[in-house]
Design a protein around this ligand. Structure first.
Ligand code: 13P
Length: 255
């Protein structure tokens, strides 16, 4: 079974005391987790160490950075390199979130470089893709997402794509309360898997976890996660509320 993952993206929210309180509340609930059912918390850079060490006592919770630089090191004020993340034992990094693409002008090529750097240093990227509303309305979302994958991932070897994590996040569903229906999510996830099969073969594509993101809540998580190609979620707003995110974790597919 490929990995099922409940991933939180806190974005630019919470002070450190609030973050610690949230983690304390999350860890007070019991979950059925194992090697293949995991939780990843995408926390702001300044909290990676504090929250990461708080999670050390738990086996299946990890932190993720929400971004990384597309340069190795040097005079890039304000940037955080993958090597720095590696040096503080951060195992995951979110790459290509639509907010980064839109507000920080991140291009396909920059994202390809970030993915390469993450893999070079042994971090697992959580690579985001997804179409804006106008593309969905025009009905061209499949080719739009396909281009995002091809341009930033398809230079990788099959070995590098084995066990990869992709998050499909339709932009029109992010923070809008307007979730894609479970059928819309399944349709796009199946398309993504088909595109990966075309490039790398079925064995590799079957190993890739494809998370859905966009207004995932406790009330819709089970319906989304039970779809065959939906391997969990990348959750924004609802991940800031312990009871909501705990229920989302518990909605992960059982083996
Ligand atoms: P919301 O869950 O708030 O819609 O955000 C989704 C998201 O962008 C996760 O990366």
């Amino acid at each position: 079974m490929r990995k099922q993952i409940a991933a939180a993206n806190w974005k630019m929210n919470l002070t450190l005391p609030q973050a610690e309180q949230l983690v304390k509340e999350l860890l007070a609930t019991s979950y059925q987790l194992d090697e293949n059912r995991r939780v990843v918390l995408g926390v702001p850079f300044p909290y990676l160490t504090a929250i990461g060490s708080r999670l050390d006592q738990t086996k299946y919770f990890d932190v993720a950075a929400q971004n990384c630089a597309d340069k190795k090191s040097g005079a890039f004020t304000g940037e955080t390199s993958v090597e720095m993340l590696k040096s503080i034992q951060v195992p995951y990094v979110i790459i290509g979130h639509s907010e980064r693409r839109e507000y920080f002008n991140e291009t396909h090529a920059m994202l390809a470089t970030k993915v390469d750097l993450a893999l070079e240093y042994g971090l697992q990227p959580i690579f985001c893709c997804g179409e804006p509303l106008a593309i969905r309305e025009a009905g061209t979302q499949n080719s739009f997402v396909e281009t995002q994958l091809k341009e930033s991932l398809f230079h990788l070897s099959a070995e590098q794509v084995q066990g990869f994590i992709i998050a499909y996040e339709p932009i029109w569903a992010i923070g809008t309360g307007k979730t894609a229906s479970s059928n819309q999510a399944q349709e796009m996830h199946a398309h993504i898997r088909k595109v990966i099969t075309g490039q790398y073969g079925k064995e590799v594509s079957d190993s890739v976890s494809i998370l859905y993101g966009g207004s995932v809540k406790a009330s819709n998580a089970s319906e989304l996660f039970e779809k065959p190609d939906v391997d969990g979620g990348l959750v924004g707003g609802a991940s800031l509320v312990a009871t909501e995110f705990s229920a989302i974790i518990n909605a992960l597919k059982k083996p």
